[in-house]
Write a protein that binds this ligand. Structure first.
Ligand SMILES: [Fe+2]
Length: 214
């Protein structure tokens, strides 16, 4: 089960109503065999190059694998209503192994959530993301799973969360193998680039969800 992420009281105060108690980190999400299977599945061919955190602003792209859901999230539309739909069945058809993982998550860390989109990103050195939000609505959540078997501190690739004003970092999440971090889609965040010494593609698996009742 997820635990409240440790955020200092001053940050909690500054971010009141925005982050408080809503960033959670769960470690040891899958058993070792399932974790390996998910990582091997994500490592297979099928990556598409050209994905961007902000298609209009970002000069550099990264790799992506889309599994299920709409690729037109709500923040791309003026009224904040995207084309989301429950995509669990679509995920079952397109990626049964990931769907099996989703079934596990919806009974544990993401209890009460509905799946809107599922995809993976791949970052190699030089393919940095940029600070962005995933959603305009408070009931939208982003969960990032780190499937790697191994990660080194010098490899970089942290997920960084910012306050609403983007004037300070409120959390930095280390890509610890078999970790899931969940935060509201309205929180500005970025996948920091991997360092030159990182010998692998940083793979993350995203579950975009909605939870109507808090
Ligand atoms: Fe994002």
């Amino acid at each position: 089960m997820p635990q409240d992420f440790l955020i200092s009281e001053s940050v909690r105060a500054e971010s009141e109503g925005h982050l408080t108690g809503l960033v959670s980190v769960a470690d040891g999400v899958l058993d070792a065999a399932r974790q390996r299977k998910v990582f091997e599945f994500l490592s297979e061919p099928g990556w598409q190059f050209g994905w961007k955190s902000d298609p209009k602003a970002d000069p550099y792209a990264f790799w992506n694998k889309h599994f299920a859901g709409s690729i037109h999230p709500d923040h791309l539309l003026k009224d904040g209503n995207g084309r989301q739909y429950d995509c669990a069945e679509e995920l079952q058809r397109n990626a049964p192994l990931v769907h099996e993982m989703w079934q596990h998550l919806r009974q544990t860390a993401l209890s009460g959530h509905m799946l809107m989109r599922c995809y993976a990103n791949g970052h190699t050195f030089g393919s940095d993301g940029s600070v962005h939000t995933d959603s305009l609505v408070e009931h939208s959540f982003t969960s990032v799973y780190y499937p790697h078997q191994k990660w080194e501190p010098n490899w970089g690739g942290e997920t960084i969360l910012f306050n609403k004003e983007k004037s300070d970092i409120v959390a930095s999440i280390y890509p610890r193998p078999n970790r899931l971090v969940t935060f509201r889609g309205t929180v500005p965040h970025v996948a920091r680039g991997v360092a030159r010494v990182c010998p692998v593609m940083r793979i993350t698996l995203m579950f975009k969800t909605e939870r109507r009742q808090d």
